[in-house]
Design a binder for this molecule. Structure first.
Ligand SMILES: NC(=O)c1ccc[n+]([C@@H]2O[C@H](COP(=O)([O-])OP(=O)(O)OC[C@H]3O[C@@H](n4cnc5c(N)ncnc54)[C@H](OP(=O)(O)O)[C@@H]3O)[C@@H](O)[C@H]2O)c1
Length: 280
């Protein structure tokens, strides 16, 4: 059995490759550029296919002799719904049996393109004979990795929406573990699973947690969304939504699937803190 893993060199999607390899699965990692092949291999892919989700010929090549697909849409990809439906069609034509889609929490949020664009992809799968699992993860812990050095340097935790809105979050390594179970075992077949770690901190509380872990004051701030320059309209709409409503979900499903407590934001921050020396 060979599994095609989309985004095999990606910051989040790439975490699915080791989760599969650790379970003895044979992974063909899909990467966009040849220079990303080494990263997919380092993560545990036995084979690499270079292809673009918008290029059907490259997808047909990548899908040859594939039994199951892990699919994730690259963030804010234009025409995300059409690209996703194209991937489903290519998988069907290639004779793929199982399709695991890392979607998003609340795809019914029609005003948010990055949520709503996932619903037609799920619909296309539901209108096929594919075995499927839909994963609905909330905000990833890993989005703190890029700004981490700046948080340490400045002592400021800043995002372009209100300090008060609350978010449920999840460690994408837990999502990757669920994806691997869905691809290899049968127990998650035909399921749609909201994936959240416990807790729903606002930025004030996240900063307080960081202050405790780092032993120095971290100040929560709201940055000016207008100062972000040229960003996709869908991202502006998302920040506007986050100004008024966060993303809230429930950890029960993730806990039940993993058979243990989900990873916590505290543990994730402790990992980041021990990996880098704070600059005073
Ligand atoms: N961030 C969150 O908290 C969160 C929460 C829930 C759901 N989500 C969803 O999770 C997804 C995350 O996407 P991401 O991009 O941030 O993940 P990612 O882990 O960076 O993976 C995306 C991968 O796809 C590759 N890629 C980009 N365009 C491609 C194309 N046309 N054809 C083939 N591969 C392509 C990227 O390669 P390059 O490096 O070459 O671009 C990258 O390796 C989004 O759908 C988002 O809505 C995010």
């Amino acid at each position: 059995m060979t599994i095609l893993a989309v985004g095999a060199a990606g910051q989040f999607a790439g975490l699915v490759v080791p989760a599969l390899a650790e379970r003895g699965a044979r992974v063909r990692g899909l990467v966009r550029k040849p220079e990303q092949a080494a990263e997919a291999t380092r993560r545990g892919a036995a084979e690499v296919a270079v292809g673009d989700l918008r290029d059907r010929t490259s997808l047909d090549r990548a899908l040859r002799d594939i039994d199951a697909v892990f699919y994730i849409a690259p963030a804010f990809l234009p025409s995300e719904a059409e690209v996703g439906k194209g991937m489903v069609a290519a998988a069907i034509d290639a004779g793929v049996r199982r399709f695991v889609f890392s979607s998003v929490i609340h795809p019914v949020l029609g005003g948010l393109v990055n949520h709503a664009a996932k619903a037609p992809v799920e619909e296309a799968v539901l209108n096929s004979d594919l075995e499927y699992t839909f994963l609905h993860p909330t905000l990833y812990f890993q989005i703190y990795a890029d700004p981490w050095p700046k948080i340490i340097e400045t002592g400021v935790l800043s995002e372009p929406w209100s300090i008060e809105t609350r978010f449920t979050r999840v460690d994408y390594r837990d999502v990757a573990e669920v994806a691997a179970i869905a691809l290899i075992e049968d127990r998650l077949r035909y399921g749609t699973f909201e994936l959240c770690s416990p807790g729903n901190l606002n930025r004030r509380e996240v900063a307080a947690l960081l202050t405790e872990i780092l032993g120095r004051e971290i100040t929560p701030m709201k940055s000016d969304p207008g100062a972000l320059g040229d960003i996709p309209d869908a991202m502006k709409t998302m920040f506007d939504h986050y100004e008024h409503h966060g993303l809230l979900g429930n950890p029960l499903t993730l806990r039940a699937i993993l058979g243990r407590e989900p990873r916590t934001l505290r543990a994730y921050f402790e990992e980041l803190a021990s990996a880098r020396t704070p600059v005073e």
